[in-house]
Design a protein around this ligand. Structure first.
Ligand code: COA
Length: 254
């Protein structure tokens, strides 16, 4: 089975995260597949809308942690950076359907989506600090802007999960639905958008995003540099090793 399923129909390209046995955690190959799909969707006139969805029990556990341990290079050509840049600059409507845990990039990618539908079991978290890392995907800029500074600080510094109701309250999601219906709701909204005039959708999105586009891209680059440095440091190594060995990290040793 492929880890990301790609399907196009009726003007809607759907990316389904399909690595359920590892809780849809992202490998480099999955970032690459998603980045390529977004590039293709941006250029393909028959695609009007992209939907990113997971399973009724899990959206994504974020970056694959064993993959973190082996990740070396940073820079604009690495798959995760291509994916984040593709999300931030995607010119057409981008919809997410989120159920169950949405950890790390599983939450931060949502800051780049235009519409987000959440199952009532959705749990969002950005535990970068707990892993010895820092905010990524522009979240250090977009989370305070969307959620307010103190709520963003709680989410990013404490790393505790917040549930669908809290995400609705801060405007990170548009609607809460039963988990078994989330993907259908996202698809139905996507088809409604796909039937609208594409140039008007593109122009309206461009006008809404243009004020912060350069700032967001600069923030993603700066975060990536810090993230790459912290990835190689002892705190992160201890956090990843602890996760793989199913024990609590001990940062006193790092
Ligand atoms: N990277 C690699 N493997 C992961 C993973 C990740 N981010 N998240 C989960 N997995 C793996 C587990 O190691 C486990 O593998 P195993 O069956 O070989 O032991 C399998 O997926 C199931 O995970 P498990 O933790 O048993 O599921 P759960 O339902 O109890 O909890 C989560 C789900 C998402 C809450 C939990 O897996 C989790 O917190 N994952 C780590 C999230 C994280 O810190 N991501 C990095 C963000 S930057």
């Amino acid at each position: 089975m492929q880890d990301v399923l790609i399907d196009s129909a009726d003007g809607v390209m759907t990316l389904t995260l399909n690595r359920i046995e590892k809780k849809n955690s992202f490998t480099q190959a999955m970032y690459s597949t998603c980045a390529d799909a977004l590039l293709q969707a941006a250029d393909d006139a028959t695609v009007h809308v992209v939907v990113i969805q997971g399973h009724a029990t899990i959206f994504s556990a974020g970056n694959d942690i064993s993959d973190f341990l082996s990740r070396g290079a940073t820079g604009p050509d690495v798959p995760v950076f291509r994916f984040l840049r593709g999300l931030a600059t995607f010119p057409k409507p981008l919809i997410a359907s989120v159920c169950g845990p949405a950890v790390g990039v599983g939450t931060t990618l949502l800051f780049h989506c235009d519409l987000v539908y959440a199952g009532d079991n959705a749990a969002f978290s950005m535990p970068f600090v707990n892993l010895g890392l820092c905010a990524e995907a522009g979240s250090s800029l977009l989370a305070p802007r969307m959620m307010g500074y103190h709520r963003a600080a709680e989410a990013l510094l404490m790393g505790d999960p917040f549930m669908a109701e809290a995400a609705l309250e801060v405007g990170l999601v548009n609607r809460i639905v039963p988990p078994t219906e989330a993907n259908n709701v996202a698809q139905s909204q996507a088809r409604k958008l796909a039937a609208k005039p594409l140039p008007s959708l593109i122009e309206t999105k461009r006008l809404m995003k243009k004020g912060q586009m350069a700032e967001v891209l600069a923030q993603i680059t700066e975060e990536s540099e810090s993230f790459g440095r912290l990835l190689q440091a002892p705190h992160a190594k201890e956090a990843f090793t602890a996760f793989m060995k199913k024990r609590k990290p001990d940062f006193a040793k790092s």
